[in-house]
Design a binder for this molecule. Sequence first.
Ligand SMILES: NC(=O)c1ccc[n+]([C@@H]2O[C@H](COP(=O)([O-])OP(=O)(O)OC[C@H]3O[C@@H](n4cnc5c(N)ncnc54)[C@H](OP(=O)(O)O)[C@@H]3O)[C@@H](O)[C@H]2O)c1
Length: 252
Amino acid sequence: MKIGIIGAGNVGATLARKLIASGHHVKLGNSRGPDTIRALAEEIGATPVSAEDAVKDVEIIVISIPFGRIPDIKGLLAAVPRDVTAIDTSNYYPYRDGAIAEVDAGKPESIWVGEQIGRPVIKAFNAALAQTLADRGQPKGTPGRIALPVAGDDERCKRLALELVEDAGFDAVDAGVLADSWRQQPGTPAYCTELTVEQLRFSLSSANKARAPENRDALLNLFLNSAAPLTHEDVIAMNRKGQEATCSRSRP
Ligand SMILES: NC(=O)c1ccc[n+]([C@@H]2O[C@H](COP(=O)([O-])OP(=O)(O)OC[C@H]3O[C@@H](n4cnc5c(N)ncnc54)[C@H](OP(=O)(O)O)[C@@H]3O)[C@@H](O)[C@H]2O)c1
């Protein structure tokens, strides 16, 4: 498919690499212009473009920029046909993004994102560390394959996002409508814990909305104040331990 990715950082560039490897055509854009990502794009096989060009003549748009910068792209998708699928990978960390009152009051992050850009989004690829996306994808059918949640309201768009997750090397789990997408936000047991399909379904169903923000901030504090550098395995283990505490039951 023809995919435009806005954001060429840890997640945007990683997804570009994975999706090109599985046969998609990817345009990659950032805020500073194509010259700043030309070498990266060439290495990956993507076409470097401006953010304005990333959303033109594509079937899927992936938005992968810091949550706090979403308002910068308010008008960017205004002329994009309504049948183009918009996927949001973002996560809200008030420490990094600044406090956003509506989200602090409980509005699911990706509903807020959709309101900012003027169209609904599908939430996908947010609940895995960039390193997980880069290194831990496996062929379909591999025992223990990591599963990732996909939430959204439009069934056709969600189906396309589920297919992209599979193409990137992960079992795709339909996590319901966008109103339920808080179940895959930071601080929940589904978030960046590298689970199988069965474990992920259980974690999504046992998430605790009220405790997630507090848990998100407590975990971030642990990461920021760690005395020694943390490995990928450390982060996953800390996420599992910290977020499991918010489950009402034990994970299978
Ligand atoms: N890192 C992870 O492990 C991870 C995992 C899952 C989800 N996420 C979420 O995915 C999103 C991206 O994370 P990341 O780690 O990839 O961030 P990142 O490495 O900091 O990269 C952000 C990218 O967004 C671009 N950007 C920022 N503002 C923009 C704008 N107004 N228009 C166009 N491009 C813009 C930046 O380009 P310029 O430098 O040119 O501004 C940069 O290429 C975040 O919401 C994050 O929470 C991250």
